[in-house]
Write a protein that binds this ligand. Structure first.
Ligand code: GLN
Length: 454
C-alpha cells in the first residue's frame, strides 16, 4: 500500500531519492511468513520505514543529497539500519535531504527540492524534509531522520509530524555520514508520539562501533509514551524558555503554543518561566562549530575514494582532479560552509572564532543545567514560523539559519528534544510544532510530556 502511495504522490512531493520496491516487498513477505509462524521479531516487524539518505545502506545508493556521492553504493549498513532490519522493518527507500544535511528547507538537495504535502508551494523543512514529507504524505508510516541543529524537529514542526532528537550518544552514529560529529544524532520521524517511542526503542542503545555511544541500559520509551498518554501531568514542572519567543515569532505559532502551555497547566503540570540567557548566542556559536567540523569531515571527498571523479582535459595533477571534482560535486551551501569552517579553524583565527564558539557552547550547557535544577522539562515553539514558500530564503543564508533558533541549543548541549504537532496557525492554516527538551539521558520525559499533549 505504501509503495502504491509513493507511486501516486511522490512525483509531486519528491520525498524519495531512491525507492527499493523489490527489497521492501521481499522483506515484507519474509515478515508475513515470520508472523504467520508466530515468530514476530517485535511490535514493528513488518512495518515499512523510510531512511534519510545520510545513513549508509548496504547495496542501496547513499548520496547525502550530493552529486559528489552519486552512484556510490555503500558496502555496509549503518547500525541504525542494521537494527531496523533485525527488528523486521522493510526499508522502502532513501529520503531527500539538503546536501550533507546543511539547510532548513531541503532546497539545497542536488536532486531538486522536496515539497510540503500541506502545500506543494512550500518547503517541508530541512535538512530532513524528505523523511518528514514521506510520513506527512502517508508514503511511509515511519522514517528515520538526523538532527544536527534541528533537522528532525523543524521538518516535524512544519509538516505536522512527530520528530525526536535523542540524547547525544543515545543512538549510534556508526554509518551516519558525519556533518558535525559532536552534534549529529539520528532519530524517529512519525505520526504519533507512541510510534516515535517504539521506533526509538528499536534503534537506540549502546553500540561499541561508535566511541561516543553511551554504555547504559535505557528505560522503555514505549512505556514512557504510554504513561504520558493518560494526560495526567501532576507533579511535572515545566519551564517556558523566555528567550525563545517574542519578536520575529509568527503570532499564530505563538498562539497555538500558549494554548498548549495552558493545557499542560490544566493537566496538572506546574508551569514557570525560565531564562536561558546564553541561548541568544547559540546560532552564532553553532554556525562556527558546525562549519568547522563539516569542513574537516568533507575533506575525505577527494575524488579518489568515493563517487564522482571529474578529470580535466590534458594531463591533470591529483590536485587538479580533486579541485575539479569538488567544484562540480559540491553545491553552493556546502562550499560556503567549507570556506567558513576552514577560516574559523585557521591559525590566528582559531581562538577568535572557534575558541569563542566553544566557550558559548559551555555557557549554553550551563544554562540547561541551571534550568533543569528547577524544572523537569523546558518547552518552546519548535520553529519561529510555519513553512515558508520555496525560494523565499534560498538566496539569504542568514534568513535560512534563523529557522534553527529554537532547535540548536539542544544539539550544542547534547540534550534530547521532541517536536509534536501543535495545530495550525490562524494566518495560513499550516502546521506548527511544540518542542519539549529534557536533561541528557532523560529522553523518557520528552515522550511522557509529548504524549500528554497529543
Ligand atoms: N538547519 C541546520 C543546518 O543547516 C540543520 C542541520 C541539521 O540538523 N542537519 O545546519
Amino acid at each position: 500500500a505504501h509503495l502504491d502511495r509513493i507511486d501516486a504522490v511522490d512525483g509531486a512531493v519528491h520525498a524519495f531519492l531512491h525507492v527499493d520496491r523489490d527489497g521492501a516487498l521481499a522483506d515484507a513477505a519474509e515478515s508475513d511468513a515470520r508472523r504467520a509462524r508466530g515468530e514476530a521479531r517485535g511490535p514493528l516487524d513488518g512495518v515499512p520505514i523510510a531512511v534519510k539518505d545520510v545513513l549508509t545502506t548496504r547495496g542501496l545508493p547513499t548520496t547525502c543529497g550530493s552529486r559528489i556521492l552519486e552512484g556510490w553504493i555503500p558496502p555496509y549498513d549503518a547500525t541504525v539500519v542494521t537494527r531496523l532490519r533485525e527488528a523486521g522493518l522493510p526499508i522502502l527507500g532513501k529520503t531527500n535531504m539538503d546536501e550533507f544535511a546543511m539547510g532548513s528547507s531541503t532546497e539545497h538537495s542536488a536532486y531538486g527540492p522536496t515539497r510540503n504535502p500541506w502545500d506543494l508551494d512550500r518547503i517541508p523543512g530541512g535538512s530532513g524534509g524528505g523523511s518528514a514529507a514521506a510520513v506527512a504524505a502517508f508514503e511511509a508510516p515511519l522514517a528515520i531522520g538526523t538532527d544536527t541543529g534541528g533537522s528532525i524537529r523543524q521538518p516535524g514542526a512544519v509538516t505536522g509530524t512527530v520528530g525526536v532528537k535523542p540524547t547525544y550518544g543515545g543512538v549510534s552514529r556508526y554509518g551516519l555520514v558525519a556533518l558535525a560529529n559532536s552534534l549529529d544524532q539520528a532519530g524517529p520521524v512519525t505520526r504519533t508520539v507512541l510510534d516515535a517511542a517504539m521506533l526509538h526503542d528499536v534503534i537506540g542503545g549502546h553500540d561499541p562501533r561508535d566511541s561516543t555511544s553511551i554504555a547504559q541500559e535505557w528505560p522503555s520509551f514505549t512505556e514512557a509514551a504510554r504513561a504520558g498518554s493518560t494526560g495526567d501531568m501532576t507533579g511535572v514542572k515545566v519551564g517556558v524558555i523566555t528567550e525563545l519567543a517574542g519578536e520575529g515569532w509568527q503570532p499564530g505559532v505563538m498562539a497555538r503554543f500558549q494554548e498548549s502551555v495552558d493545557l499542560l497547566v490544566k493537566a496538572g503540570a506546574e508551569v514557570v518561566e525560565v531564562s536561558c540567557p546564553s541561548f541568544v548566542h547559540a546560532l552564532a556559536a553553532y554556525y562556527l562549530i558546525l562549519p568547522a567540523e563539516a569542513s574537516s569531515n568533507l575533506a575525505k571527498f577527494d575524488a579518489m575514494r568515493f563517487g564522482l571523479r571529474v578529470v580535466p582535459d590534458g594531463d591533470p595533477s591529483a590536485e587538479e582532479v580533486m579541485r575539479a571534482t569538488r567544484d562540480a560535486g559540491f553545491g553552493d551551501e556546502v562550499k560556503r560552509r567549507i570556506i567558513l569552517g576552514t577560516y574559523a579553524l585557521s591559525s590566528g583565527y582559531y581562538d577568535a572564532y572557534y575558541g569563542q564558539a566553544q566557550k558559548i557552547r559551555t555557557l549554553i550547557s550551563r544554562d540547561f543545567d541551571a534550568a533543569f535544577g528547577s524544572v523537569d522539562v523546558l518547552v518552546s515553539p519548535t520553529a519561529p514560523t510555519t513553512a515558508f514558500r520555496l525560494g523565499e530564503k534560498l538566496d539569504d543564508p542568514m534568513a535560512m539559519y534563523l529557522n534553527d533558533l529554537a532547535t540548536i541549543p539542544a544539539n550544542l548541549a547534547g540534550v534530547p528534544g521532541i517536536s509534536v504537532p501543535n495545530g495550525l496557525a490562524d494566518e495560513d492554516g499550516l502546521p506548527s510544532g511544540f518542542q519539549v527538551l529534557a536533561p541528557a539521558l532523560a529522553d523518557d520525559r520528552v515522550y511522557r510530556v509529548g504524549a500528554a499533549l497529543e
